[in-house]
Design a protein around this ligand. Structure first.
Ligand code: ADP
Ligand code: MG
Length: 697
């Protein structure tokens, strides 16, 4: 039988037979559980196995086929009365129906297709009028009009066939007698890993109805099965011939497993396993991160570890410990920070690259706004970079330029790795299980090694303390290093020129120089390696590793004179880094050597940013509060003096403060520096020039 030429009744009948033969039990179950369950949900292959002709017809003519299937369901005997109206939903469409958002064309309009994407926005759920009841204001008859579209359809007259008076009269809508259905609009965008070379992701609008609504949040990875159609566009009152593409969802499949989208063949798995046994694996991986960038060795080691990450732990008491490492690069302009971030976003699976000052409304975390443009007046929840990078790396350039709303939400996003939004019709918790790689520029242009990080970048210390590692990247003239760097950069350019030259001459030679700027591991394979490691390797600390970390932690703290060199937070950072180190070689065990690697890296970082320049002691307070222990002591002396003086004279003058401070053993320079710092931190203020008071009084 040719279904394409069959009448609607024939198709309905065919479905009815199919349902009685193969799905009666499921239909009865759904009917009994109505309204919690409101659909008959089938896998495509179930239909294909029993009725290949219908299955194929459904892909080509889904409007008719799905309509007929629901009509068939209405005709069936149901175990409950009145018979519930079930939807007919189909999932797991054949691979051939999967179309990339970028490849959607007019030929796909009206067909049943599957589209993969990352959910960017969702609107609040709103009731949508489906079956409207109008009352005639002349005769009182109730007239029903089926709604199918975004514009309200009113009766043209008081229809006689519905018992009306036949006149053209005004009507009033009876909401209590009308039937509404829940509706929601979402927007998905191309998955980042499908984008080549930093292209902007394309988006697709999708309409959901009834039991599909409310289950999806921004950041979800989904496959939407549905019908693509054109939506009319207008310019003012003029209707245009170019239509927008929108999709009506029939089913939505959520991706459950991490990195499902990264396909790894058996052969590739074999190659990954082999590479993991290479004694030079750490070196090769480091060499594969931005080979065109000279130096920054330890930084690249840290970035390699960040790509693999530690193990996230779900504890029996309901708490979760993050495994992702957060890294911040702070430094002079032109030191390849942005370049490194871009490179990382190319190799990290599921990564997102953005700038803190980007104009996107959703920013870094999430936003809930009442949107006319997308939401048609509804509240819309939109995912920011840290949600879109869930399970990957969020590379955020110019992190110091982020807006204040993000600043507040970033703590939760970094530590709990989720973002809660509660506003108007929207109440959601979005996942942000990603590593953050941030770059920031110093407030005063150049990085000052003798001042603390907290003072130099526009970020609150509490936020800084959420980073596992912070690296200052400085650019000071230094003959030997400058020579090497210049040689390297020039070589990179020569290699690039040669490759262009060869390319235009149709040659394909690779000399030594060209080989040098080539990553040791090709980016595509590198990504698979990382995805494989994160998906399959969950290393456990050995006793030796535990012992190593414990004694290091206890000994360094015990050796400190007065300052606190690090806190339990750094101990957790050690663990994450050691786990990542084991993961790099696909080891299920975190060994003593992994623990040592973690210690070396954290040491390197603390030596650079956590040392009190006056005493030479490690002091974590410099990072977490911006004030070292020795400074705090001096501050105490100064605040004591200021309080004392202002008790007597209502304020303290600089001259008197200095005189007293010198007696207490402080130098004039220290007094000036500390006073400036205390003003910046809001501890004291200057009501009149040269006169000071404590803020807390
Ligand atoms: P930043 O973001 O730190 O201000 P960029 O990433 O924009 O700096 O780098 C500026 C330019 O200088 C880039 O083209 C980069 O490749 C080059 N550059 C800076 N440092 C290095 C380096 N160590 N090795 C190679 N190139 C470098
Ligand atoms: Mg930059």
């Amino acid at each position: 039988m040719q279904l394409a030429e069959a009448g609607l009744d024939t198709i309905i009948e065919k479905w009815e037979r199919f349902f009685y033969d193969y799905c009666k039990e499921e239909i009865d179950n759904a009917a009994l559980r109505f309204p919690e369950k409101r659909s008959l949900l089938l896998d495509y292959w179930v239909i294909d196995t029993h009725d290949a002709e219908m299955a194929e017809y459904m892909l080509e003519k889904p409007f008719v086929a799905l309509y007929a299937a629901e009509a068939a369901l209405r005709k069936m005997d149901m175990p409950v009365d009145p018979a519930p109206k079930l939807h007919f939903r189909v999932r797991n469409l054949p691979e051939g129906q999967k179309i990339g958002i970028r490849d959607l064309r007019s030929q796909h309009l009206g067909t049943f297709i599957a589209v993969d994407g990352l959910v960017k926005k969702v609107t609040e759920v709103r009731p949508k009028l489906e079956d409207a009841a109008f009352q005639c204001l002349k005769c009182g008859a109730v007239i029903r009009v089926q709604q199918n579209g975004t514009v309200l359809q009113e009766p043209l007259e008081c229809y006689e066939d519905q018992g009306g008076c036949g006149r053209r009269t005004p009507f009033t809508l009876l909401t209590e007698d009308s039937r509404f259905i829940d509706s929601q609009k979402i927007e998905i965008q191309e998955n980042p890993e499908e984008l080549r070379g930093g292209a902007q992701p394309l988006r697709l609008t999708i309409y959901l109805e009834d039991d599909l609504v409310g289950n999806i949040v921004p950041g979800d990875r989904v496959t939407v099965n549905g019908i693509l159609h054109g939506q009319e566009r207008r310019r003012g009152n003029i209707k245009l011939t170019e239509f927008n593409k929108v999709m009506d969802a029939n089913t939505i499949e959520q991706k459950e497993q991490a990195f499902e989208e990264v396909q790894i063949s058996d052969e590739e798995e074999q190659k990954i396993r082999e590479l993991s046994q290479d004694p030079l694996i750490y070196h090769k991986i480091k060499e594969s991160i931005a080979p065109t960038i000279y130096g920054l060795d330890t930084e690249k080691d840290a970035l390699a570890l960040q790509l693999f990450g530690g193990v996230a732990k779900q504890m029996p008491d309901g708490t979760r410990i993050r495994g992702d490492m957060h890294i911040l690069l702070v430094g002079d302009p032109g030191t390849a920070k942005s370049q490194l971030l871009r490179y990382m976003s190319l190799i990290a699976p599921r990564s997102v690259y953005t700038s803190g000052k980007s104009s996107s409304a959703a920013g870094l975390t999430a936003s809930a706004v009442r949107s006319d443009e997308f939401g048609e007046g509804r509240w819309t929840l939109e995912a920011g970079a840290l949600v879109l990078a869930d399970l990957g790396v969020a590379c955020v350039d110019e992190l110091d330029k982020m807006d204040s709303k993000d600043r507040a939400a970033l703590h939760q996003a970094m530590e709990q790795q989720e973002i809660s939004v509660a506003k108007a019709g929207i109440n959601a918790t979005l996942k942000s299980r990603c590593s953050l790689l941030g770059a920031a520029n110093p407030k005063f242009g150049r990085f000052d090694e003798f001042a603390s990080i907290a003072e130099q970048i526009n970020m609150p210390p509490a936020l800084l303390s959420r980073f596992d590692l912070i690296f200052p990247v400085t650019d000071r003239p230094e003959r030997a290093r400058d020579t090497n760097l210049a040689t390297h950069i020039l070589e990179v350019h020569v290699a690039g020129e040669k490759m262009e030259h060869d390319h235009h001459q149709g040659l394909a030679t690779l000399d030594e120089l060209e080989q040098k700027v080539r990553p040791a591991i090709e980016p595509e394979f590198f990504r698979k390696y990382i995805a494989y490691a994160k998906r399959t390797v969950f290393p456990v600390l050995t006793d030796e590793a535990v012992e190593k970390l414990k004694s290091y932690y206890v000994n360094v703290r015990a050796a400190a004179r007065e300052s606190v060199p690090f806190t339990p937070r750094q101990l957790e950072a050690f663990v994450r880094i050691a786990e990542a180190s084991a993961r790099i070689r696909l080891s299920e065990e975190v060994t003593e050597a992994d623990a040592q690697r973690a210690i070396d890296i954290v040491d390197y970082y603390l030596e650079k940013v956590g040392v009190d320049r006056e005493t030479g002691d490690l002091d974590i307070d410099i990072i977490t509060t911006g004030i070292s222990h020795s400074q705090k002591d001096k501050m105490k002396i100064l605040t004591g003096i200021i309080k004392d003086l202002s008790d007597r004279e209502d304020f303290a003058s600089m001259r008197d403060i200095k005189t007293r401070a010198l007696e207490e053993g402080l130098t004039e320079k220290t007094v000036e520096d500390m006073m400036a710092k205390m003003i910046r931190q809001g501890i004291i203020y200057e009501p009149k020039r040269g006169r000071y008071k404590l803020t807390s009084e």
